[in-house]
Design a protein around this ligand. Structure first.
Ligand code: NAP
Ligand code: MN
Length: 267
C-alpha cells in the first residue's frame, strides 16, 4: 500500500506546537506519514493555529486543491473547525470518511503595472489603499462600466468566506459561502459636496469583473492588502478582480452548520 502523506502546517505558538506534536504522534499511530512542509503527494493538509494559520497554509500550498482542515488554537478560528481536544475523534472521522469536501471560492486579481501584469489570489479579501494613511481616489468599473469615482481609505473586495472577516468589521454583509459572489465594501468612504462615494457594500456575481484604477498620483503610493499582508507596487495602473477559477477544498466534518458557526463565533 502506498504511503498516506499528510501535511501538518502549524504556527509557532506554544499551544499550536503542543497540539502539533500530539497530532503527529497520533497520525503515525494510524499509519499516516505526517510531514511538516507541503508535500506534492499529500492527501490532506492539516493546519494548526488560528485563521491566520489557515490563510498562510493555503498560500504555502500555492492554492492547491489538496483538501485542507484546521485545528483551532487561535482566537476566533472561523476556518479552523477542529477543537484541539477532539483530535482523536477527527482522525476517526477522517478514517471513516465521515466528512465532506466543500469548495471555497477565492478571489483572483490581475495586477497591471506599467511594464507587466501578474495574478494574485486571496482567501479573504484584497484591499486597495493609499500608503501613509492618505485618502485614495480611484475609479471603479464593473464589467467595464464606470460605477463611481471613489474617495476614502480604500476599497475592499471580499470572498464569501472572507465576508465575516475585515468585511464584516467595515460594515459589509455576511455572504453565505455557497453563493458565488464578491462583496465590495468601501472603507471610510467620503460622501460630501466635493467627493461622492458609494457608502454601502455591493454584492455582485462572481463572474463580474471589478476594475480599480487608482488616480495617477497613487501609482507609486498605493498599498495592497492581500489577506492582511501588505504589498506596494511601482506604477500601478489597474487591478481586475473576480472569483478565481481555482478554489480551495475545505474538508468539513459532517454536522457543522454554517449558521451555528455564525452564532457561536459572532453572537
Ligand atoms: P489577525 O489580526 O489575527 O486577524 C484579525 C481577526 O480576524 C482574527 O480574530 C482572525 O481570526 C479573524 N479572521 C480572519 N479571517 C476571518 C474570516 N474569514 N472570518 C472571520 N474572522 C476572520 O490576522 P490573521 O489571522 O493573519 O488574519 C488576516 C485577516 O484578518 C485578514 O484577511 C482580514 O480579514 C482580517 N483583518 C480584520 C481587520 C478588522 O476586522 N478590522 C483588520 C485587518 C485584518 P483568528 O483569531 O483565528 O486569527
Ligand atoms: Mn490571527
Amino acid at each position: 500500500m502506498s504511503e498516506r502523506i499528510i501535511n501538518v502546517l502549524s504556527n509557532a505558538n506554544y499551544e499550536s506546537r503542543k497540539t502539533t506534536k500530539k497530532l503527529i504522534q497520533k497520525l503515525k499511530e494510524n499509519n499516516f506519514t505526517p510531514v511538516t512542509k507541503v508535500h506534492p503527494n499529500a492527501e490532506l493538509t492539516i493546519t494548526v493555529g488560528g485563521d491566520g494559520a489557515f490563510i498562510k497554509a493555503v498560500n504555502r500550498s500555492h492554492f492547491s486543491e489538496t483538501p485542507i482542515v484546521g485545528i483551532n488554537t487561535g482566537h476566533l478560528g472561523f476556518f479552523q473547525e477542529v477543537d484541539p481536544n477532539n483530535v482523536d475523534q477527527f482522525i476517526a472521522d477522517y478514517l471513516d470518511k465521515n466528512y465532506h469536501i466543500e469548495p471555497t471560492y477565492l478571489i483572483g486579481a490581475e495586477i497591471f503595472t506599467k511594464n507587466r501584469s501578474f495574478f494574485l489570489h486571496a482567501v479573504n479579501e484584497i484591499v486597495l489603499k493609499a500608503q501613509n494613511s492618505k485618502v485614495i481616489h480611484m475609479n471603479i468599473f464593473i464589467n467595464h462600466t464606470h460605477l463611481e469615482k471613489f474617495s476614502g481609505d480604500g476599497m475592499m473586495v471580499s470572498t464569501p468566506s472572507g465576508s465575516t472577516g475585515y468585511n464584516l468589521s467595515a460594515g459589509g454583509s455576511i455572504v453565505h459561502p455557497s453563493i458565488k459572489a464578491l462583496a465590495m465594501t468601501p472603507l471610510a468612504p467620503i460622501s460630501n459636496q466635493a467627493y461622492r462615494s458609494m457608502t454601502s457594500t455591493i454584492v455582485l456575481p462572481g463572474e463580474h469583473i471589478i476594475t480599480l484604477i487608482p488616480e495617477k498620483r497613487y501609482a507609486n503610493s498605493n498599498l495592497l492588502l492581500v489577506d492582511g499582508q501588505e504589498f506596494t507596487y511601482n506604477q500601478l495602473k489597474k487591478i481586475n478582480l473576480r472569483i478565481a477559477d481555482k478554489h480551495v477544498n475545505r474538508l468539513r466534518i459532517a454536522e457543522q452548520n454554517y449558521w451555528d458557526i455564525i452564532k457561536s463565533k459572532f453572537l
